[in-house]
Design a protein around this ligand. Sequence first.
Ligand SMILES: *Cc1c(COP(=O)(O)O)cnc(C)c1O
Length: 413
Amino acid sequence: MAYLNENYLKLQAGYLFPEIGRRVQEFCAANPEAAKRLIRCGIGDVTEPLPPAAVSAMKKAVDELSVRETFRGYGHEQGGNFLRSKIAQLDYRDRGMEIADDEIFVSDGSKSDCGFILDVLGDRNRIAITDPVYPVYVDTNVMAGHTGPADESGRYEGIIYLPCRAENGFVPEPPNEQADIVYLCFPNNPTGAVATRAQLEKWVAYAQAHHALLLYDAAYEGYISEPGIPRSIFEIPGATECAVEFRSFSKTGGFTGVRCGFTVMTKQLLLQTSDGRELPLHRLWHRRWSTKTNSVSYPVQRGAEALYSPEGRQQVRGLIDYYMGNARILSAAAARAGLGVYGGKNAPYIWVRTPAGLTSWQMFDRMLHDLNVVITPGSGFGSEGEGYFRISAFNSRANAEEVARRLEAASFS
Ligand SMILES: *Cc1c(COP(=O)(O)O)cnc(C)c1O
């Protein structure tokens, strides 16, 4: 008899996006005319084409592979040195963070890494996760058997949930209990909140005092515009000994379909064995990569490298500015419509209070039926997201402007 991993049976049915799809489909079938006006501001996926620097680098790499003289087969399991050194130099050392080339691990994106990291972590850790949250952190821990079953509100037994509310600016304080592993994501998806240096210093101090590990998702660091907001957890002194950072080219270089990201794992980060020894997690992580992967395809790595060229950086800047222009238009319109608006300044997500006590799903239906705009109900990101909805700024300018017009014309009182 072959047995399956029963932890998967604890997962809440992939509820959010399938349910959005079902409601949108039903609405479109019943209202074919309105369906033509439909604008999607729901899913967090980019819309604009790739930066030309990345396109030409990928084409050139394919050409290299197509002739004997420059053909290459397997590369380093942890990623090509040409890319790892660019990342370590331009994203870290040039900004005053001492990160070595071999502390960068190139992957097919940070969603994968957020799950893979559990390979090298023990089973007895108490996990703390913010609420609302990117669902990957919770679900991968459920799959790994680190939780009990979910209750009616969708919260899993054994996880410490850290509420992110308007009162704390959507940045939680460290808990008054022992957490061994803490997931943090700033700028945040879905709330768009960023953590200040002082707030991150508190988290590093917590990690030091509790011998905890911070798993820091910085997928949206490129969207930070406010001066003084840290773009990496390693800007905080002491973080190299207690944090792992995940980054992605998905939202910066528009690589959601191309697939490339990386993990930063320092050699100073030590974790415990059950018999009380402290060992570098880097050693296990390196071994995991050697055994389980061959990194990312060569043309994709060359495409990612090109994002660090002067033209590449300028083109990435252009993409981010474009989406953040949408965010400004959408935030202003939602505010003029009388709604409580958060985020949207250092992140491509606008987190909006539902009006007049509507639930997140009631607001979803209202936006769909009255405005023909698809948003994401906040409750889909966790129970603390109830009473909010997320508008994504990943869209064409024309669509963002049209959504803004419809929002301002609507009456929510
Ligand atoms: C989009 C996103 C990522 C990036 O995922 P990839 O697998 O690199 O495309 C990571 N974290 C969060 C919170 C995201 O929203």
